[in-house]
Design a protein around this ligand. Sequence first.
Ligand SMILES: Cc1cc2nc3c(=O)[nH]c(=O)nc-3n(C[C@H](O)[C@H](O)[C@H](O)COP(=O)(O)OP(=O)(O)OC[C@H]3O[C@@H](n4cnc5c(N)ncnc54)[C@H](O)[C@@H]3O)c2cc1C
Ligand code: SF4
Ligand code: SF4
Length: 519
Amino acid sequence: MKDDVGKRMPKAGRKNGKRVACIGAGPASLTVARDLAPLGYEVTVFDGEAKAGGFIRTQIPRFRLPESVIDEETGYILDLGVTFRSGQRIDSMKALLAGEVDGLFDAVFVGCGAPRGRDLDLPGRREAAASIHIGIDWLASVSFGHITKIGRRVIVLGGGNTAMDCCRSARRLGGKDVKVIVRSGFDEMKASPWEKEDAQHEGIPILNFHVPKAFVHDGGKLTGMLFEIVEARYDDKGRRSLVPTGEPDAFYECDEVLVAVGQENAFPWIERDCGIGFDQWGLPRLGQDTHQSTVPHVFFGGDAAFGPKNIITAVAHGHEAAVSIDRLLHGEDIAQRPAPMTNLMSQKMGIHEWSYDNDTVNDERYKVPWAQAEAALASIKVEVELGFDAATAFKEAGRCLNCDVQTVFTASTCIECDACVDICPMDCITFTGDGEEAELRQRLKAPALNLTQDLYVAGPLKTGRVMVKDEDVCLHCGLCAERCPTGAWDMQKFLLNTTQAGPACRDKPALAQQPGVAA
Ligand SMILES: Cc1cc2nc3c(=O)[nH]c(=O)nc-3n(C[C@H](O)[C@H](O)[C@H](O)COP(=O)(O)OP(=O)(O)OC[C@H]3O[C@@H](n4cnc5c(N)ncnc54)[C@H](O)[C@@H]3O)c2cc1C
Ligand code: SF4
Ligand code: SF4
C-alpha cells in the first residue's frame, strides 16, 4: 500500500552562506535541519551516538518501532545535504560558540533532549546497585544490544510510558515474573491507556497504591522490595494525597529492579557563564513561541526546551525554531510570527452530494492485529502490531467523522423553519433565546454535557432567538445542510497550513510585492 514517498521530499537548496549547528539528532533537531537545508542553510547536526534518531532510536523498543523505519525516516532528512557529525558529542557550549568545534555558526539549535532518568534514594539502593537500573539507561543498553537478558523476577517502578516499555522489554529478555508497581491508582497513571492495556495483554500485572520503601538485599544481593500500602484521599478542594492504610508493608521478591519514575533535563555541557540563562528548575529561559534563549542566536526545542514531552511536540518546536532562525538570519524581528494560513471551502457537489464521504457507520474501532504472543515475546525485535490489511484499513477509515468538515451557519439566510432541528440525528441543533452559557447548556434539545467543548452560538435571528449547536456530538453527516431550504447550513472543509521557515514566513518578500517598496 505504501508508495515511494521519496519524490515528495524537499530537495537540498542552493547554499545561502549561513551556517546552523544542531546539537542532537533527535526529532527536534532533524526538523530544524529538514526545514532549513532546502532553503540553502548549511546545517551541521552533532550527536554523541553513531546513528540519528535520538530517543526514537535509543529508547522506543524495536518491537514497537523497527529500526528500518527509523533509518528510512532519518535518511530522508540527512540526504538533504545535511552534515551529520555522528559520534561527536558537544562538551562545551562556550567552545562551540567560539568556533572552536567546527568554525563559527550563525545560529545554534539545542535539541539534546532530557537525558537523565530519576533515581530512588531508598535504603538498600547503594548496596544492591548491581541489580537496580535506571529505566531509560537500561532501555538504551537494550537498544544497543549491550544488555540481552534480565533476571527471572523483575519489578518495574513507575506508571508512565517508560515503565510500560521497560516491563514489556523485560518480558522479552527472559523476565518470567515481571510486575509494574506504582504509587498512584490505575486511572491516574501517566501511561497512555493503550500502553497499559498492551502490558496487561502480555501478562504483566500492575499493582497500584504501593509506595516503594526499601530495596531488600542479602549482603548486596537483591532479594526483593518493600512497599507501604496507601490509599487516595481527597480534601474539600479535590486535592489528592496518598495516605497509609495501616496494612502491613508488602514485600515482593525480585532479582532486578527497573526504576522508571521520571525523566529530567541535564545540560552539563552548557557552562552557566556562557550567557544562556536557566530558571530554578534548570530549564533554559526561552521565548515561548520563538524558542530563543538569552543568547540571541541560540535556540532550544524538543525535550530540552520545556521538559520531556513527545515526538510530535519536538517536531512542532523544530518548525517554530526554524522560523525564528530564518527570520533572525534575514535581519527580521522574530517576535513577529506570521499566523498560519487557514481556509474554509464548501464541499457541496449537488443537492445530496458532498465531496467527502458523509455516511456514518456504527462500527466499533477495529483492533490492529498482533503478532502471536509466543513469537512476540520470544524476541525484542519482533514487531507486535502487524497493521491492518487493506479491507480493514478501509473499514477503519470509514469510521472517520470528518471533523475537518465544519457545519457553517449563516444567520441572515435562516428562515427558522426548524427543518434542520428535525433531521439532525444527534439533536445537536437548538433554536432558543440567548443566555449565559451554563444555563444555555441545560436548555438545549439534548443538554451539552462536555464542558471542554465550546458551543457554536450564532444569531440573533429575526425572532430574536439564537442558533446553538453542540459541536461535541455532531457527526458531520451533512443532513442539516441537505435539508435546509435556504442553504443557511453549509459543510465547509477547514484547512490549516502552519507557518514554516522560508519566504512565506518572512516580511521582505511580502513588502517587495507592494508598489514602490524596494525588495
Ligand atoms: C522509553 C520512552 C518511550 C517513548 N515513547 C514515545 C512514543 O511512543 N511516542 C512519542 O511521541 N514519544 C515517546 N517518547 C518521548 C520521545 O522519545 C521524546 O519526547 C523525543 O524523542 C524528544 O525529541 P528531542 O529531539 O527533543 O530529543 P531526543 O530524542 O532525546 O534526542 C536528543 C539527542 O541529542 C543527543 N545529545 C544529547 N546531548 C548531546 C551533546 N552534548 N552533544 C551531541 N549530542 C547530544 C542524544 O544523543 C540524542 O540522540 C518516549 C520516551 C521514552 C524515554
Ligand atoms: S452534520 Fe449531522 S449531526 Fe451535525 S448538526 Fe448537521 S445533521 Fe446534526
Ligand atoms: S433548516 Fe435552514 S432555514 Fe430552517 S431552521 Fe435550519 S438553518 Fe434555518
